[in-house]
Write a protein that binds this ligand. Structure first.
Ligand SMILES: [Mn+2]
Length: 273
């Protein structure tokens, strides 16, 4: 397996640990995100290790790539392995960077943390209680995360939800921000979070499909990559873990989506270090 660029540390000395989750079994429209982790690793060699905006080199950071979790047919089995692995990582004081894989993995990752705010970047609200008969699905992660004991939840980039979701009364700590129209959103969120720990989940479909065409459910009118980078830079050392999900290489002929996903990993490392 190709390791993520610059991930040359052994586990014990690593501060950051990259974990792939090659799972897409609940994808309803365009499956293929199971190939995301390895494609993002390949794309990671596109960039200079030195990150000019942070004045730090990837090669000076302690990063370990522990490879992928096993392949599973059932979302519950994938979840069990992801959650157990994350508990070990957090117990060992690591900063996990989880690359997917479909969005169903995120609640399992979040449930391993204590006392975090969660920020989700996604085109879709994903607040259904179940989808196609499944409680654990790529279409329900926001709902499942809202049921975990967390400090608060902000969902940004939303431009799609179902009629049924529009009728559900959402807990007051869930706020959705239309980033294209509300420029004050980030100040509000940072004020709400204060100096607390933040877990960030990035669904690649939050970006406009012109920047990230290779996703399961592309949704027009999305974010520019620089908007996401601004969020990462503002969160910076508040971050304690991230996932980057839904990169689907089969629909990514240009390679732009895996390229952007890999660059986000660089930015998270650079901004947090
Ligand atoms: Mn989505």
């Amino acid at each position: 397996m190709t390791k993520f660029a610059g991930a040359s540390s052994d586990y014990d000395s690593a501060e950051y640990v990259i974990l792939g989750v090659p799972f897409d079994k609940t994808s309803s429209f365009r499956p293929g995100s199971a190939d995301g982790p390895d494609e993002i690793r390949r794309a990671s060699y596109c960039f200079e290790p030195y990150m000019m905006e942070y004045d730090v080199s990837l090669l000076d950071l302690n990063i370990h790539d522990m490879g992928n979790v096993s392949e599973h047919s059932l979302v519950e089995d994938m979840g069990k392995e992801v959650q157990n692995t994350l508990m070990c990582l957090l117990n060992d004081g690591k900063f996990p960077i989880v690359i997917g894989g479909e969005h169903s993995l995120s609640p399992y990752v979040v449930s391993a943390f204590e006392d975090v705010y969660v920020i989700i970047l996604d085109a879709h609200l994903d607040y259904r209680d179940e989808y196609e008969g499944m409680k654990r699905s790529h279409a329900t992660p926001t709902r499942r995360i809202s049921e975990i004991d967390i400090k608060g939840l902000h969902v940004l980039g939303i431009r799609s939800f179902s009629f049924e979701e529009s009728l559900i009364e959402k807990p007051p700590y869930i706020t959705t921000y239309d980033m294209a129209r509300d420029n004050d959103y980030l100040d509000d969120i940072l004020e709400n979070i204060g100096g607390e720990n933040v877990y960030l989940s990035i669904d690649m479909d939050v970006f406009d499909p012109s920047y990230a065409p290779g996703v399961g459910n592309p949704e027009p009118y999305g974010l520019k990559p620089i908007q996401c980078k601004n969020i990462i830079d503002r969160l910076s050392t508040n971050l304690v873990g991230v996932d980057i999900v839904e990169t689907c290489p089969k629909y990514d002929q240009s390679g732009l989506t895996s390229n952007l996903a890999a660059r986000l990993v660089y930015d998270i490392l650079g901004s947090n270090s």
